[in-house]
Design a protein around this ligand. Structure first.
Ligand SMILES: [Zn+2]
Ligand SMILES: [Zn+2]
Length: 1020
């Protein structure tokens, strides 16, 4: 039996996982179930695990150092959950002998412990129903080359957190794998002339070694590589399932195409205003291709619901905006010829202000509707518009362009005949490709109307009551200004013209005055809340497009200057003073809209929708910006799409027993614009699974986001071959309890994986609505120049060199110290020296010393315990909050205190407790040095199986003393303060006392004296 032997025992006989079962006490407490390992068919080592469990139980009494399983009540402020946790303590075998070294040599101890942990499978995670599980997941890397510091930044704090959960009694699984298909690997291989497979797997090997150097608690038995046939068999299987369940479909559609990478790109793979390829920076072009899509839009509404998951607000907001839900109505307009044109509008309450209509240049009706005399102009415009990208077309600061097509539609709510235009700011891909233009309350429509002289009509009242009038010099008779002053209507006079902002309650009074003073050869107008034109012979309301035309015609007669304008709004817009009053897009009471005039803003939309539905003109509708997920890629290095095209049966999914459809090695994988698999002489030729006739395979491969949408499920049982995962493993480990990774995945991977899970639930493969309960994002490590690290900037930090120079523990500690994890920050090559010195101090203070024990000093021992327990509290709270930088700061501070108290307490129980606790608190952060020091101090292997230290509030409490506060020699107050309060703090505390402030009566203190521990004396 391992624990009695001096020699190294066979690997499988000493696995950590068998420990809880080995202990008779534990057995008694555990639920009367079969050992988990025996039950779990999937665990590759299940048989190996079950056997030693029985053996070790039988031989337990002979153990020299009996394994102890401690059970403790965890307080709410200690562990994230109030659970009875069982902490696995030293269960196994020979305690490895400490190194004979007395100096801190990270290279020696780190490789030693990494080998030891691996040999003992210390971090192997297996099903154990008696313990609470914790699935900690960090985003899997692309094997595109060397591991970079960003991987370390993402993974080592995640590892520390996983270790912390383990020390809190959770059965923690922390797996790792490789996202091995995809463009980055393929492009790199193309550059080097190496087969993508060769190149990828060489990188995987290299990165495995690099990942091992982190000293992370990876369970390597669960490693999954997405390019392995036993992995992508199931990626294909999922595709076939989606196809069978109506969630995958094929359609011809214009796609973004990178002419350099020769592949399709999804919307999120096209970056920047110039719309360049995410991978290579080349501007993308449009191309029509027959493509596979997943119906992610079926889940748009459900994806907006985050109520059951603890994800960062930023991610939720990014996803919400990405999904882009808007509520409104579909409204049917008829053309004069009788065609139906359906528009989607979020503002049905503004329908009466729809004065023209705009179609996307690609709209199918454009060709039929265009009048012969407009044909040339229209065709030219379409050719220009379609060359542009959607982003260019939608840019709000862009000069508006468009063409009238010579046709009219009828506004169904008021019968108005409105012109139909085409313009590039309307996209076929949003809504229906047609809009009703309401220039009074939509900025783009407003700009468009002003530019092209189209009518504008305000139909929504302002909520702010802003009402203005501009009286041009010479338009009003003498005494107008005085009359305004008398009426207390404010204005300012500039060169004889009056600029008047009319208080809302005085608008009627203003009309009276204006009517009285306006000259017969001129007019005065009011804009904002009222739209009135005051002529000497009467007031005209601008309450319809026709009324506006009539008023404007009269203005043109009176004033030659406005004859160059085309509309009444264009005339008003020429007065800059009016700009803020002429346009708004808020909800408000409806005006100028027949029977809806006066409808309050908060019910306007719903009332109009109801009315539209009653009249059969329209229907309430929801629109999403989210598009279906484009899956097809015309590339080689990906999972083949498992579809066969039969002349008779059309699209047929490859049957399960014929999966995987293997990727052939002998392919010309360099991009030609055609799918490489299509060019293979034989690969695509097959037979129909239904009729056996000659048929062809789909020659595209899948988007690699497909592989990464389910890798957390493959980790459950990477070698399982009865399904994508072992249901037993699924039932125990899922969902992922904590997922960590970069925020840049918010709208890609993190939406796809949620969709994937929901689809699997509906197919009946998975349960629950969400795959990952908690998500936390790290920030980015920047270069020393505060810029993003890149080879071209020469600011890249190579983790391997740092590990060689300082050791993994120092790199880990520095990365956690550098900045708030969620924010990230710049690398500092001098900054890392701090943690390097600190590790030496950790080493020196925790190494057992030969000093004789200090004489008993109860006060110092108490103070030491206080420091230790305050640190437990701080580190525990910060671990729960993922605040690693403050953990390091607190532990550095505790290190200083240990040095302070060493002379007075060394050798005492308090000292030993302090050092043990100190090492345990550090263990998740710096796993190697703590393991070595733990062994050096003679404790059982391993520190990583110890229980997290418990916080004792009584021990942490500060001693309190009472300070007397005197003002001018008289005792005025007594305040409580910590025993070790400093002078500045004591003075500040005294001054902030309410009683003291009362006696000081607002006077400034002239002098404050502090008698330590006794008195604060203030002279005023
Ligand atoms: Zn590209
Ligand atoms: Zn067939």
């Amino acid at each position: 039996m391992a624990t009695t032997s001096k020699k190294t025992t066979p690997k499988k006989a000493t696995t950590a996982k068998s420990a809880p079962k080995a202990n008779p006490a534990a057995k008694a407490k555990a639920a009367p179930k079969k050992p988990a390992a025996a039950k779990s068919k999937a665990a590759p080592n299940a048989k190996a695990a079950a056997k030693p469990a029985a053996k070790s139980a039988a031989k337990k009494p002979a153990a020299k150092k009996p394994a102890v399983k401690r059970t403790r009540k965890v307080e709410a402020n200690v562990a994230p959950a109030e659970v009875e946790v069982a902490v696995v303590a030293a269960p196994i075998k020979t305690v490895p002998a400490p190194s004979p070294i007395k100096e801190y040599k990270p290279d020696v101890i780190e490789s030693k412990w990494q080998a030891q942990w691996e040999q003992d499978e210390l971090y192997r995670a297996v099903i154990d129903p008696s313990r609470k599980k914790y699935y900690a997941l960090t985003m899997l890397p692309y094997p595109s080359g060397d591991l970079h510091i960003g991987h370390w930044y993402a993974m080592t704090p995640s590892d520390a957190r996983a270790r912390y959960m383990r020390m809190n009694g959770y059965n923690v699984m922390f797996p790792i794998g490789f996202d091995a298909f995809g463009l980055p690997a393929e492009n790199a291989a193309i550059k080097r002339g190496v087969h993508p497979k060769t190149w990828t797997y060489a990188n995987v090997d290299r990165m495995r070694k690099q990942l091992r150097s982190m000293g992370a608690m990876w369970d390597w038995e669960r490693e999954a590589v997405s390019a392995d046939p036993e992995y992508y068999k199931w990626t294909e299987w999922f595709f076939a399932q989606f196809f069978k369940h109506g969630l995958a479909y094929k359609k011809l559609s214009p796609v973004d195409w990178c002419p350099n990478c020769n592949t399709t790109l999804a919307r999120e793979q096209v970056w920047g205003d110039d719309r360049h390829c995410e991978r290579c920076g080349t501007p993308v072009i449009k191309k029509d291709l027959d493509q596979w899509y997943f119906k992610i839009t079926n889940y748009a509404e459900e994806l907006l619901d985050f109520t059951t998951i603890d994800w960062p607000e930023r991610v939720k907001t990014l996803q919400t905006n990405w999904i882009g839900k808007s509520e409104g109505a579909h409204v049917t307009f008829k053309t004069e010829r009788g065609d139906d044109i359906v528009v989607f509008t979020t503002r049905p309450d503004t329908l009466w202000g729809a004065t023209f209509m705009v179609l996307a240049p690609e709209h199918p009706l454009v060709d039929q509707l265009t009048a012969p005399d407009q044909r040339g102009e229209v065709d030219e415009y379409i050719a220009t518009a379609t060359r542009q990208t959607d982003i260019q077309r939608e840019a709000t600061d862009k000069e508006k362009s468009g063409v009238f097509i010579g046709a009219y539609a009828i506004n169904p709510v008021n019968g108005a005949r409105i012109p139909i235009w085409i313009a590039d700011y309307v996209l076929m891909t949003y809504g229906t490709g047609a809009i009703m233009a309401v220039p009074g309350h939509d900025k783009r429509d407003f700009d468009f109307a002003l530019k092209f002289g189209l009518p504008v009509l305000p139909v929504i009242d302002r909520n702010d009551g802003l009402t203005k009038s501009f009286a041009l010099g010479g338009t009003m008779n003498e005494g107008f200004a005085q009359a305004l002053k008398d009426a207390e209507i404010p204005f300012f006079d500039r060169m004889g013209s009056l600029y008047i902002t009319i208080p809302f309650e005085k608008v009627d009074r203003y009309i009276e005055i204006s009517k009285h003073f306006v000259r017969p050869d001129s007019w005065n107008e009011i804009v904002g809340t009222r739209w009135l034109f005051i002529f000497a012979d009467g007031v005209k309301e601008w309450n319809s497009v026709e009324a506006g035309r009539g008023i404007f015609a009269r203005c043109k007669e009176l004033e030659p200057d406005v004859r160059s304008k085309r509309t009444i709004m264009e005339m008003l817009w020429s007065v800059e003073f009016y700009h803020d009053a002429l346009y708004h897009d808020e909800y408000g009471p409806i005006i100028n809209s027949n029977e809806f005039t006066g409808t309050p803003g908060d019910v306007a939309k719903s009332k109009v929708i109801k009315w539209l539905e009653e009249k059969g003109i329209g229907k309430g509708a929801v629109n999403y910006r989210l598009r279906d997920w484009l899956i097809s890629r015309q590339r080689y290095w990906g999972a083949p799409i498992p579809i066969i095209y039969c002349p008779e049966h059309g699209q047929v999914a490859v049957p399960d027993d014929q999966l995987p459809v293997l990727l052939p090695d002998d392919v010309e994988w360099k991009p030609t614009g055609e799918s490489p698999l299509k060019l293979h002489p034989t690969w695509k030729h097959t037979t129909c699974p239904i009729c056996g006739q000659a048929a062809e395979r789909d020659t595209d491969t899948m988007d690699t986001f497909m592989c990464s949408s389910w890798y957390h499920l493959r980790y459950l049982s990477p070698k399982y071959n009865q399904g994508p995962f072992d249901p037993d493993e699924y039932n125990y480990w899922m969902p992922v309890d904590c997922y960590t990774g970069g925020i840049e995945h918010a709208t890609m991977h993190l939406i796809y994986t949620r969709f994937f899970h929901k689809a699997l639930r509906d197919i009946g493969v998975a349960q629950g609505g969400e795959p990952m309960t908690q998500l936390r994002n790290q920030g980015m490590v920047l270069g020393e120049d505060n810029e993003k690290m890149s080879k071209s900037r020469g600011n890249v930090v190579a983790p391997d060199e740092l590990v060689n120079k300082y050791g993994a523990d120092v790199v880990r500690a520095y990365l956690m110290f550098i900045a708030q994890w969620s924010q990230g920050g710049p690398w500092n090559s001098k900054g890392i020296e701090g943690p390097a010195r600190w590790m030496n101090r950790v080493w020196n203070i925790a190494m057992p010393s030969e000093h004789p024990a200090a004489a008993s000093d109860p006060a110092a021992e108490k103070a030491l315990r206080r420091a230790v327990h305050q640190a437990i509290k701080k580190v525990t709270d910060d671990m729960n909050a993922f605040e690693f930088n403050t953990i390091i700061a607190a532990m550095m501070s505790l290190t200083n205190k240990l040095y302070d108290y060493r002379a007075a307490t060394e050798g005492s129980a308090a000292w030993n407790e302090a050092i043990e606790t100190y090492l345990k608190l550090l263990a998740p952060i710096v796993p190697h040095i703590t393991e070595e020091l733990w062994a050096q101090r003679g404790h059982g292997y391993s520190i990583h199986q110890q229980a997290w230290p418990q916080y004792d509030p009584a021990a942490a409490a500060e001693d309190l003393i009472t300070l007397v506060v005197q003002i001018n020699g008289k005792v005025r107050d007594r305040i409580e303060a910590a025993a070790d309060i400093g002078e500045d703090e004591a003075k500040a505390k005294a001054l902030s006392s309410e009683t003291v402030q009362k006696f000081m009566d607002g006077k400034e203190p002239r002098l404050i004296k502090y008698v330590p521990g006794k008195l604060v004396s203030i002279v005023v």
